[in-house]
Design a protein around this ligand. Structure first.
Ligand code: DX5
Ligand code: ZN
Length: 226
């Protein structure tokens, strides 16, 4: 199966976010990646559940809500009610991730009540992959941050390639279906290395929204010669 692309809307034009989400959803991307920042876990503040519920009707693609917030357990319900299909929490933001993972999986997906909400855990560049060892079997995705979270348009941190390899090995050794998503500084220049290391999903914001030809940027990421 080919590589999947999640578009981070952090680099979209927020003045017309609904239209931006609609436009990108028609270009063959697989997920809408929504960066929620609280000005506490990370220095930036972005969007909350109200905005997510407002843009929900502009796309049928799964919404992956990447919670870069302190105390994510206080907020998951409002993001699920806003239409999140996947809730991604940070291992660094919650001591009891095992409990929170179970809690997230106990919710029905409001977009399709036959499904449950999917769960991802993200780790920042300085966090070693072994924090995932005792929870990875419960995860739909691991989101490996390849920049320090907070802003779009940052430079990819190359040391994270070996972490992608390590997480891939963990998944393969356990025979799991957990997907690896790679987020931060992803571009056409480094995507092949990221895929070879083991990524299943590329998260890209500026590489898509700041491209001269957005359709070509999506196509190029999805059809890289490897
Ligand atoms: C960073 C966010 C990323 C980021 C990706 O904190 O989690 O999703 O917006 O943007 P680019 O692709 O521009 O690095
Ligand atoms: Zn993100």
């Amino acid at each position: 199966m080919g590589i999947k692309v999640a578009t981070s809307i952090l680099s979209a034009d927020f003045a017309k976010l609904g239209e931006e989400v609609r436009k990108i959803s028609d270009l063959g991307v697989d997920f809408i990646h929504i960066d929620v920042m609280d000005g506490n876990f990370v220095p930036n503040i972005t969007i909350g559940p109200g905005v997510i519920s407002a843009i929900r009707k502009y796309s049928n693609l799964p919404f992956d809500v990447h919670l870069m917030v302190k105390s994510p357990s206080d907020h998951i319900e409002s993001f699920i009610n806003a239409g999140a299909d996947i809730i991604t929490i940070h291992a660094e933001a919650e001591i009891h991730i095992e409990r929170l993972i179970r809690k997230i999986k106990s919710y029905k997906n409001v977009n399709d009540t036959k499904k449950t909400v999917l769960v991802g855990v993200s780790i920042v560049p300085s966090t070693p992959p072994n924090v995932l060892e005792y929870v990875i079997h419960d995860l739909d995705t691991v989101l490996i941050m390849t920049v320090n979270p907070g802003f779009g348009g940052q430079e990819f941190i190359h040391s994270q390639l070996s972490k992608i390899l390590a997480v891939k090995k963990m998944i393969q050794e356990r025979g799991l279906k957990t997907q690896i998503s790679v987020d931060g500084g992803v571009s056409i220049l480094n995507a092949a290395d990221i895929i070879k290391a083991g990524a299943d999903i590329l998260v890209a914001g500026s590489a898509i929204f700041r491209a001269e030809n957005i359709k070509k940027a999506v196509n190029d990421l999805k059809n890289l010669p490897l």
